[in-house]
Design a protein around this ligand. Structure first.
Ligand code: NOJ
Ligand code: CA
Length: 700
């Protein structure tokens, strides 16, 4: 369908704006109402299916050493547009995405006592699945504005239930808490964890995407879209009025952002649905981002990969090559070093992984700890941590790449910055060139630890610029990026689809998080873009192979299989060790079969924190896949196969929890059955506590 945009301009004066101006979504379910307060402050409210979900809420900014842009505004004109479009993502949950909205842009002037006048526009969009607003600073006399604070309010319609993680300038690696908004303050004891880069700013601060449920049973979600050249937004709750106020991540001098006019801020978004599955299926965040900026995207391909990684995470082997005291990368002589014998990324071990990964249909193999510097990298604020180009003496970069390519797979690059962004920026071009030279086309980057330069936060304007710059430079060199510990995504992968993954949440490397976690992430973190969650753990007791590691995966094998469906990503890892898969090749078959790109996705049923069930159709065949995950209570359902092609018969292979499976006491018990099915059939599924199920439907 072609884009149909109808634009109308309506000239009105501030004095005429007494009853407010509204914009309604195509189906009329979402209505955004704009008004000026008696003091001339721009305000808005949002209703969904007749219920006020955002009560009248103020807009505006505090500026450094200048009159606040809060009140004294007059409305000059209002522009309206209507868009009904369909676009095709390079990779995704569906081949096509519908983008239909009605918008209203309010053009305002703020006369100052100096005689000058400032200009500010606010663009509102009403979609059927939510509302969004962004500020636009048109070109004006003040070519630069120093934003001391953005004061966008979102006044909630009640004491909603929330699934939240604490506001933090540096990390999202937390488990979620479910509580009423009024109870957030009381949970401060849950906010402390052993993370080197934790920085919490308020007892009622939370991060987005924030999942909410109203007492009437509606599902809401607050997030931002298209975070470009601006700090990431947290939300700080005034818990006497249930009003969130935007809380931007500061720069070292305490200001929030410096913007050059003309400038558009990111979108502030409230998603809304009568059903939990509506939040999972919503594409509003991608729709609010700009179309693809890369002309030739033929080199961007979804990736299924294994890694020389889990063995380091669990402590079976190490990233480092030797032990070294008073280590200095600039002067250390590896040729004289005595290896400690536990280095994971050694030639022999890497070849073993290459063999297994290529025999089992993987696209790539990640290798961490391939480069010098891991002797002294963690939790330090060191400028020169890694050079990103020099391999360890026992890692033959040339030979191993040739070996991988001869077996039909690629190696995946790893760049851990250890938070020293200036050092990474100094080396990034050479590091990408090295990748091009050896035939790597994907990099996993990482930002562990407190940032250098000192005082910069992971989510500041400066850091946000860095992450996108790294993605754009990578695109120039046809490199796909999967950044860990970077700012949480806001749909930028629509514009830069070489951003095929991010971590930006608590992933499998936190080996034993609660079973509920994976029933919440698709409602929160995944709303901004895919996560490199690294599923597929089959050996749940780590002490059996990593002596001294007494952690335990709190999930069943069937749950781990289902994650390839419930945690949508074009980049999926089979995270466990080859020898653990070799013990359960019947279950591993599902990981071999499951696609990483889809033509159609249907969220069948879900409740945040409890369970998620989804069905997806392969983009490159007629096969369907379905799966579900459950929290510690388990979940049973009858899976009706109405999504299958009515004219066809399928062979269903069902990977289920064994009747006595349990995430804690019996996590590795599963049962695989096969049967012929049609669209008229129903499959009963019984997910164990912390369990799940996965089904592949092969069209006959
Ligand atoms: C943290 C990342 O999330 C993890 O996947 C990686 O292995 C380590 N940093 C080391 O870079
Ligand atoms: Ca991490």
């Amino acid at each position: 369908m072609k884009k149909l945009a109808l634009t109308l301009s309506l000239l009105i004066s501030g004095a005429n704006l007494t009853a407010g101006e509204k914009v309604a979504s195509p189906d009329g379910g979402i209505i955004v109402d704009f008004n000026l307060s008696p003091s001339g402050r721009p305000t808005y409210s949002v209703s969904f299916q007749g219920e006020e979900i955002v009560r009248p809420s103020g807009l505006g900014f505090l500026l450094k050493d200048a009159t606040p842009m809060i009140d004294g505004f007059r409305v000059d004109s209002i522009t309206r547009a209507s868009v009904d479009d369909i676009w095709k993502p390079v990779w995704g949950e569906n081949t096509e995405i519908a983008d239909s909205y009605r918008s209203m842009t309010v053009h305002m002037t703020q006369p100052l006592s100096s005689g000058e006048a400032r200009r500010l526009d606010v663009e509102f969009r009403a979609y059927d699945d939510g509302a969004a607003l962004r500020y636009i600073f048109p070109s004006q006399a003040a070519s630069e504005l120093v934003i001391a604070d953005e004061l966008t309010e979102m006044a909630m319609g009640g004491d909603y239930t929330a699934w939240w993680i604490p506001g933090d300038y540096d990390t999202q690696e937390y488990e979620y808490t479910r509580s009423h908004l009024s109870e957030i303050r009381a949970h401060s004891d849950k906010r402390h964890m052993a993370n080197v880069s934790q920085s919490i700013f308020s007892p009622t601060g939370v991060q987005t995407s924030l999942m909410l449920k109203t007492p009437s049973g509606k599902y809401l979600n607050l997030h931002e879209a298209a975070l470009v050249d601006y700090p990431a937004m947290h939300l700080n709750l005034n818990d006497s009025t249930m009003t969130f106020v935007s809380w931007l991540t500061p720069s070292p001098d305490g200001t929030k952002a410096v913007v050059k006019t003309p400038f558009r801020t990111p979108w502030r978004v409230v998603m809304a649905s009568e059903k939990a599955t509506g939040i999972l299926a919503s594409n509003i965040i991608y729709n609010l981002n700009d179309p693809c900026a890369i002309d030739d995207t033929s080199w961007i391909k979804p990736v299924k990969y294994m890694g020389v990684w889990w063995e380091m995470i669990t402590g079976k082997s190490t990233w480092s090559y030797c032990d070294a005291e008073n280590f200095d990368l600039a002067t250390f002589d590896y040729s004289k070093a005595v290896p400690h014998g536990r280095h994971g990324a050694n030639n022999e071990n890497v070849r073993r992984y290459i063999d297994f990964a290529s025999e089992n249909g993987m696209d790539q193999l990640l290798i961490e700890g391939w480069n010098i510097g891991w002797e002294d990298w963690f939790g330090k604020q060191k400028d020169y941590v890694f050079d990103f180009v020099t391999p360890y003496p026992d890692f033959d970069i040339e030979g191993l790449n040739e070996y991988a390519h001869s077996k039909g797979i690629r190696l995946m690059m790893h760049h851990e910055t250890s938070g020293s962004v200036p050092n990474y920026e100094r080396h990034i071009d050479r590091a990408y060139d090295l990748m091009n030279h050896h035939g790597y086309n994907a990099v996993k980057s990482g930002y562990v630890g407190k940032f250098l330069p000192d005082g910069q936060n992971h989510y500041s304007q400066w850091a946000v610029r860095h992450y996108l710059d790294a993605v754009k430079r990578a695109a120039d060199k046809k490199i796909m990026v999967n950044a860990h510990e970077a700012v949480r995504p806001t749909g930028l992968a629509r514009t830069y689809p070489n951003l095929i993954g991010n971590e930006s949440a608590m992933g499998t490397e936190y080996q034993n998080m609660s079973p509920a976690h994976v029933t919440i992430l698709p409602f929160t973190r995944l709303k901004g873009g895919p996560m490199d969650f690294t599923p597929g753990i089959f050996k749940m007791d780590f002490s059996t192979f990593a002596p001294g590691n007494h952690e335990h995966k709190r999930a069943t094998v069937a749950n781990q299989l289902a994650l390839y469906l419930t945690m949508y990503s074009p980049l999926q890892m089979a995270a466990d060790l080859p020898e653990h898969y070799a013990e359960k090749m019947d279950a591993f078959q599902f990981i071999k079969d499951v696609p990483v790109d889809w033509s159609e996705s249907r969220y069948i049923d879900a409740e945040p924190g409890e369970f998620i069930i989804v069905a997806r159709k392969d983009k490159n065949s007629d096969n369907w896949f379905a799966g579900g995950v459950a929290n510690a209570d388990g979940h049973s359902a009858d899976l009706s196969l109405g999504f299958l092609d009515p004219a066809a018969e399928y062979e269903a292979t069902i990977y289920a929890d064994a009747p006595d499976a349990h995430y804690d006491s019996n996590p590795e018990a599963y049962v695989i059955t096969r049967r012929k099915v049609t669209q008229a059939d129903t499959i009963p599924v019984c997910m164990a506590p912390g369990g799940g199920f996965a089904v592949s439907f092969r069209k006959l």
